[in-house]
Unconditional design. Structure first.
Length: 253
């Protein structure tokens, strides 16, 4: 698997960090995790287009994670060489179909795709769930952020990747990440700026240690993190391989 960091930031505009997003290449599948502002441009910078995306995973429905869903759909309808001809799937917590229906009330037919192009698969936001695909299996668990927040674990062959989405400290993330090759974990603010619904560096490190992951990459940085010793704070609780995400970083597992 190859993981490309499309965005390592948040809702706060930044020239260096687009909103939190990642692209995972697993076999012939291209898995997009969240799609906030800047995602499609970063996707192009990795050498991919929206037509390459086979699956989209939405961790929750906050604007910095779904903000480019409407532009993605609108671009997909472009009638010439950019028009979508192959199907793709969306995997998100229960309630996403209703969310899409509400978007149609605002945008009408501009975001309604031809039959058979887009499939929406809803997973449980109250407990563990699982879906099987040709190149991979996805496991999900609820996260501590909103009522519709889920984290994802991708198992492809002998490799495993975990995307936390936004979350506070929770046992479900530890269980989801158990033994994973890579945990891409949100780390919104430094230890001294802890807020509900988000993790700090030392908390993310503790989760990685308890889950015994092989590598930890921190992401979803608010500007305060760029002025703080985030790496050192994480080292209080995690001694294993560690990176701080940067836009367009690539990781092979």
């Amino acid at each position: 698997m190859k993981i490309s960091i499309l965005g390592s930031g948040t809702c706060v505009p930044s020239l260096e960090r687009s909103t939190c997003s990642a692209l995972v290449s697993a076999g012939d599948s291209r898995l997009l995790f969240d799609s906030g502002a800047g995602t499609m441009r970063r996707l192009l910078e990795t050498g991919h287009t929206i037509q390459d995306v086979t699956h989209i995973f939405f961790s929750h429905l906050h604007p910095d994670h779904v903000g480019e869903f409407v532009p993605f759909l609108f671009s997909t309808k472009y009638p010439k060489e950019y028009g979508r001809r192959t199907p793709f799937s969306i995997i998100a917590a229960r309630g996403f179909k209703e969310f899409y229906k509400n978007l149609q009330s605002a945008f009408g037919g501009w975001i309604v795709l031809d039959p058979g192009i887009m499939e929406i698969l809803e997973v449980d936001a109250d407990g563990p769930d699982r879906r099987d695909f040709a190149d991979f299996t996805v496991e999900t668990r609820p996260m501590e952020h909103t009522d519709q927040s889920v984290g994802f674990r991708i198992n492809a062959g002998s490799k495993s990747f975990v995307y936390s989405g936004d979350t506070d400290y929770c046992q479900d993330l530890i269980d989801l990440a158990l033994g994973a090759d890579l945990l891409l974990c949100e780390c919104a603010l430094p230890d001294e700026n802890k807020v509900p619904g988000h993790l700090t560096p030392s908390q993310a490190g503790e989760i990685a240690a308890l889950a015994e992951v092989k590598k930890l990459v921190l992401t979803h940085f608010y500007p305060e993190c760029d002025e703080a010793p985030v790496f050192d704070q994480c080292r209080k609780t995690w001694s294993g391989p560690l990176d701080l995400a940067q836009d367009l970083m690539e990781i092979l597992i």
